[in-house]
Write a protein that binds this ligand. Structure first.
Ligand code: MLT
Length: 407
């Protein structure tokens, strides 16, 4: 008889956004007359921009002609895209990341979930708390997290080092006493919308190098940074090439949630104690498990870096950040305590009257017909908090704020 990977039985409930989707579906079935506004999952609402659409159409046309048809993509990505990324995301900012250190993928969710595979199962993992659930769930699947201790909303995994990001720390993680092997950092942060300054991040880079730890740095929201002292890449910090992997996504900056494209950066300087390059392991893993992101998507990704593409995607980011400003203003005027929304498309609010995050979710859905994300779904320090996304339309964001102000 076959045996299952029992680690999967340790996963708690369903994935956060699936739970929310089910609750909303039940509500809309019971209340077909109510117009529900979804500010829960961070999914974009604006269409792809003209330059990107043109690149997609052109690539589709190429696929229809024998002389320009493309089969399997190179598993690490086409050089036209890896070169564009290296130039625009790094070289132009004074950072040395070679095209060969860039691994094109179908998005940062896959990369952030899969990257743990190249590390030993007894590595000690540190995560910010609250945290994007993928980091923890994929380490549960690999058996690194130990036992669940405590109740549903504020319990913890015994073998995980939690880095509380609270009002007291200004929602930034502080260096732990216990030494981790793998450290997940997302900045600008999902879910709190906070962002680390370069000085704060430099401390983590120094800590990782001193302790031979690896930082898995999720930069999916870097396009939303508006403040000068917030780094767009961890490689802006001295010494990061020997301790950090960086993950990027085209979903949030260019509206690719339904297109799927992202990349990971694994510098050659990142080596274990025997001198084995993580680059070679990740390349081997890609070669075995991935046949490359589709040509059509990669041409669309290349178009993002053209001068027209850059203008257009900056327009998308501004559109969503106008929503973030409206949410911040609307919630403040309605008496909520809020943060985030300045360098990130997420606003983090304290639930009123000490409501639990899930009670506030139900309350908001019932009385304002607005969907958000309960903070406790992201970790124990998220209890008593709630996340709203700025990725809605202007119309829905305005309507949501009007409804919340009347609650
Ligand atoms: C979120 O809402 O946290 C994100 O959309 C999730 C993701 O990017 O996978």
């Amino acid at each position: 008889m076959f045996k299952i990977n029992k680690n999967y039985l340790n996963l708690r409930g369903s994935y956060l956004f699936s739970t929310i989707a089910k609750k909303v579906e039940a509500f809309t079935k019971e209340n077909p007359d109510k117009k529900v506004i979804r500010l829960g999952i961070g999914d974009v609402t604006q269409p792809l921009t003209p330059t990107i659409l043109k690149a997609l159409h052109n690539a589709v046309d190429e696929m229809g002609k024998a002389e320009t048809f493309h089969g399997y993509a190179p598993d690490l990505g086409y050089s036209f895209l890896r070169e564009a990324i290296s130039k625009h995301d790094f070289e132009e900012k004074g950072i040395q990341i070679a095209p060969d250190e860039i691994f094109v993928s179908d998005g940062a969710k896959s990369d952030s979930g899969n990257i743990q595979e190249i590390f030993s199962t007894d590595c000690k993992v540190a995560v910010c708390d609250p945290v994007y659930p993928v980091y923890v769930d994929t380490n549960i699947m690999s058996g690194r997290t130990g036992k669940w201790v405590g109740d549903d909303s504020t319990g913890k995994w015994s073998d995980v080092i939690y880095l509380p990001c609270t009002e007291e720390t200004n929602f930034a993680p502080e260096l732990p006493k216990e030494i981790p092997d793998l450290i997940y950092i997302c900045s600008p942060n999902n879910p709190t919308g906070s962002a680390m300054t370069k000085d704060q991040l430099q401390k983590w880079v120094d800590f990782a190098n001193e302790n031979k730890a690896v930082i898995i740095y999720d930069a999916a929201y870097e396009a939303y940074i508006s403040e000068d002292n917030v780094p767009h890449s961890i490689y802006e910090c001295a010494g990061a090439r020997s301790c950090a992997i960086e993950l990027h996504s085209f979903s949030k900056n260019a509206g690719f949630t339904g297109v799927r494209l992202g990349f990971a950066v694994v510098p050659h300087d990142l080596k274990d104690s025997d001198g084995v390059e993580l680059h070679s392991l990740w390349a081997r893993r890609h070669g075995t498990k991935f046949n490359g992101a589709p040509y059509i998507q990669q041409r669309a990704g290349e178009a993002v870096y053209s001068s027209e593409g850059q203008k257009e995607v900056k327009g998308l980011v501004s559109y969503y950040m106008e929503n973030a400003a409206m949410i911040l203003k609307g919630l403040k005027e309605a008496g909520y305590k809020v943060s985030g929304g300045v360098n990130a498309p997420y606003v983090w609010l304290k639930t009123p009257d000490n409501m639990t995050s899930w009670d506030f979710f139900d309350h908001l859905l019932k009385h304002a017909n607005v969907v958000g994300t309960p903070g406790s779904g992201f970790g124990p320090s998220g209890e008593g908090y709630f996340r709203l996304t700025a990725f809605g339309t202007h119309e829905n964001t305005i309507a949501a704020m009007e409804r919340i102000s009347k609650m």
